[in-house]
Design a protein around this ligand. Structure first.
Ligand code: COA
Length: 350
């Protein structure tokens, strides 16, 4: 049995805020943001649009894609939604605090009556965690076949728009992939070497909780709850130790890519594309340099969308897929890092 990606989709809010637009509001410049991060713009959801709205839009796109490409037998996306066994949403900006999960809201809106639904919070590594979790759960029971894995964020709601050190980095968006369990007996031989297994082949997941404070939304949880009568000067917002996150990121993405290639006996020429979490182009360049990976192997779109956390990898996968830049049989590595601190990577044969 293999777990393949049968469809991809994305949702990007139309409102585009360029670096120049931000520089008119806060003390920053297009030059600083570009040169320090590679970011040129971000898309921001309007006030009435929540994370689940973006997640649902991306989900429908992935289901429509699977139907249009005849990856499934169902005649339409609604019929396909009804066959889902599982919906997993990765997000740091869920619609509601703690309960209900955003995945339940998505399940309801899709009419996916038989799907189990849950959220996973691993900050910007969430999608990598979600993919492995969903794949493991559909493999664990022969009656389960399909899962929808979504990364969705409205980070504009937790950005401190007065802190130039963080607010310039983030954007809103969602990406989705439809996973399907398939039986290719002749190919299911394990290992990732050319011509071997297909679909999701291998995942590395990790965390270093000692860095919990380096990227944090401090207020509102059980440790520092809002108190009745308290005046809220700034809504819950991201605080970040940029240097610590930067150093952690370069280290863990370098190690994760190296480990995936070494343990699966792969050379960089075997990999068609590396899809990193789109936080900062400098982080990716530094890791690439350490492993002598040519820059063009990495797919980068943070220029347009900035850091959309859990959504950044599935948005990139959808762009690659729809533009034909990945083909069936290509080996892809995803790699990411984020608050927690967390990290991980997936090896996928498309
Ligand atoms: N515009 C203009 N100047 C800015 C600025 C902005 N948006 N943000 C910070 N600066 C200033 C600082 O105030 C500082 O000024 P000073 O020297 O006068 O004190 C100067 O630029 C350098 O700041 P520093 O924080 O040292 O910059 P940096 O080169 O480390 O880059 C980050 C900052 C945030 C881009 C970098 O640390 C980073 O990318 N970290 C990882 C962040 C990340 O990926 N987070 C998401 C994780 S999923």
């Amino acid at each position: 049995m293999v777990i393949e990606i049968a469809g991809t989709g994305r949702a990007i809010p139309p409102e585009r805020i360029s670096n120049q637009d931000l520089a008119e509001q806060i003390d920053t410049s297009d030059e600083w943001i570009r040169s320090h991060t590679g970011i040129e713009a971000r898309h921001i959801a309007p006030p009435h649009v929540s994370t689940s709205d973006l997640a649902v839009e991306a989900a429908w796109e992935s289901l429509k894609f699977a139907v249009a490409r005849a990856e499934v037998e169902e005649p339409g996306p609604e019929e396909l939604a009804r066959t889902l066994d599982l919906i997993v949403v990765g997000s740091t900006t869920q619609d509601y605090y703690g309960c209900p999960s955003t995945a339940c809201l998505v399940q309801h809106r899709l009419g996916a009556q038989k799907a189990a639904a849950m959220d996973i919070t691993a900050a910007c590594s969430s999608f990598i965690y979600c993919l492995e979790t969903a794949a493991a759960l559909i493999l664990a029971d022969r009656r389960r076949k399909r899962a929808l894995v979504i990364g969705a964020e409205t980070l504009s709601r937790v950005a401190n728009w007065n802190d130039r050190g963080t607010c310039v980095l983030f954007g809103d968006g969602a990406g989705a992939v439809l996973l399907e369990k398939r039986d290719y007996p002749e190919e299911n031989s394990g290992g990732a070497g050319p011509g071997r297994s297909r679909g999701l082949l291998r995942t590395i997941l990790g965390a270093d909780g000692s860095g919990w404070e380096h990227l944090i939304i401090r207020r509102g949880g059980s440790r520092e709850p809002w108190k009745s009568g308290e005046t809220v000067d700034i809504p819950p917002h991201v605080e970040m130790n940029g240097h610590a996150v930067y150093n952690f990121a370069v280290k863990v993405i370098t190690e994760t890519m190296a480990q995936l290639m070494e343990e699966e006996s792969l050379a960089i020429q075997d990999i068609a594309r590396i899809v990193p979490h789109q936080a900062n182009a400098r982080i990716i360049q530094a890791a690439g340099k350490r492993l002598k990976i040519p820059e063009e192997k990495f797919y980068l779109n943070m220029g347009e969308y900035a850091n959309t956390s859990a959504a950044s990898i599935p948005i990139a996968l959808d762009e690659l897929n729809r533009s034909g830049q990945v083909q069936k049989g290509d080996l892809i590595i995803t790699v990411g890092f984020g608050g927690g601190l967390t990290y991980g990577g997936n090896l996928i044969r498309w």
